[in-house]
Design a protein around this ligand. Structure first.
Ligand SMILES: Cc1cc2nc3c(=O)[nH]c(=O)nc-3n(C[C@H](O)[C@H](O)[C@H](O)COP(=O)(O)OP(=O)(O)OC[C@H]3O[C@@H](n4cnc5c(N)ncnc54)[C@H](O)[C@@H]3O)c2cc1C
Length: 357
């Protein structure tokens, strides 16, 4: 079904459609059921000189008070098995599928590949944008192909996984946010696999949540339930305390930088990775005294220094100011640059407004 300007809704409030619950009035909002509908919406927006933003479930964005253009929500909610050779399945999920529903569907079929990514909020369409990851797994491990619509031409394209530029909470879609609208993701899932239990707490959670004392016997569903329970314990629920998950990426420094930092701060945690040493952003922020701090309507969670929260009655700009101050204090004290994880959608600049509004 095509998205024509007749199916655009005018003046839509997005406060309940972002996990930080910041108010944001979209001039227009439309849902696109498939790639053809995304193309049609892009063509129509171009014809009318309207700027377009893509919004999934709003769990990794900081919204401004107003978006003077079209907010487009890809809404293909199909999960299809494209191929099954008895060992491996190729599964296609539409951009509008809720990510955790796909994880549970997969685990329910006894398939391995995305079980450790349970309970990550958001849509399938956003998953490749920051190559979602948790508990030692990331999307890139099982993603084979991404279907998208190129915004410049409004035509459908397919990107093989190796062309997506996946990195740590990063991809080409994130680096070039105006290039594509993701319409579906193709995964390769396996009938045989073994539980990834390297993260602290996973083994205990398997035992307490599922009665599994030998991890080699765990099923994908056991892993999903164990990870779900762990995450519920650790992270504030956005329904109770609005947040966007981790607000900063864990910074990676060179080995020499880490050695120098460790000399001054002996207890600084660091994990050796291919690119250098990954630091804990939460530790850095906590050491700068931000944990639990409240500034007006926004603040830093008591339970987790990496989670910035909205206590109600505030706007996105207040949280971005706080985030800037946190990053500046970490840079001043440790000489380490923090990179923001949620995307701050920008207000339209100079985009023509629709004449027949
Ligand atoms: C409590 C909590 C815990 C979290 N834990 C994790 C975690 O463990 N690991 C992790 O990686 N992330 C985590 N996140 C972040 C978030 O869940 C992911 O980034 C998720 O993929 C966002 O999905 P969304 O549909 O809500 O995207 P949105 O917030 O709607 O959009 C995020 C960005 O992607 C773009 N986008 C969305 N859909 C599309 C599309 N179809 N095509 C092109 N661009 C698109 C948007 O324009 C925006 O720039 C957490 C968030 C919360 C609130």
């Amino acid at each position: 079904m095509a998205v024509t300007s007749r199916s655009w809704q005018a003046g839509v409030q997005l406060q309940q459609r972002n996990s930080l619950r910041f108010p944001c009035l979209a001039r227009w909002h439309a849902q696109a059921q498939d790639a053809a509908a995304v193309s049609a919406a892009l063509v129509e927006a171009k014809r009318r000189g309207v700027e377009v933003w893509v919004l999934g479930e709003g769990s990794n964005v900081v919204l401004p008070e107003e978006l003077d253009g079209l907010v487009l929500g890809p809404a293909d909610r199909r999960i299809e098995v494209l191929d099954d050779d008895g060992e491996r399945l190729r599964v296609r999920a539409g951009a509008g599928v809720h990510w955790d529903a796909l994880v549970r569907w997969s685990a329910g079929q006894g398939l391995w590949g995305v079980e450790n990514l349970a309970l990550i909020p958001g849509s399938v369409g956003a998953a490749p944008v920051q190559n979602i990851g948790a508990y030692g797994q990331e999307l890139a491990t099982s993603c084979r192909r991404v279907e998208a619509v190129a915004r410049a031409t409004a035509s459908p394209v397919q990107l093989e996984a190796e062309d997506c530029g996946f990195g740590y909470r990063d991809s080409r879609f994130r680096r070039d946010p105006h290039a594509w609208v993701v319409t579906a993701v193709e995964l390769e899932l396996k009938r045989r696999g073994c539980a990834q239990i390297s993260y602290p707490g996973v083994v205990d959670a398997l035992a307490t949540e599922r009665g599994v004392n030998d991890a080699s016997q765990a099923t994908p569903l056991d892993m999903v339930e164990a990870i779900t329970a762990l995450r519920r314990r650790k992270l504030p629920d956005p329904e109770v305390l609005p947040n966007a998950g981790s607000f900063f990426k864990n910074p990676v420094v060179t080995r020499a930088q880490f050695d120098a930092l460790e000399t001054r701060h002996g207890d600084m945690p660091g994990t050796f990775v291919d690119e250098g040493v990954k630091l804990s952003a939460a530790w850095l922020i906590e050491r700068c005294g931000w944990r639990g701090l409240r500034r007006g309507a926004v603040g830093v969670a008591d339970a987790h220094a990496l989670v910035l929260v909205h206590h109600g009655g505030g706007v996105g700009a207040e949280l971005l100011d706080l985030a800037r101050d946190i990053a500046a204090s970490v840079r001043e004290r440790f000489g380490v640059r923090l990179e923001q994880e949620p995307v701050a959608l920008q207000r339209a600049r100079g985009a023509g407004l629709p004449a027949d509004s």
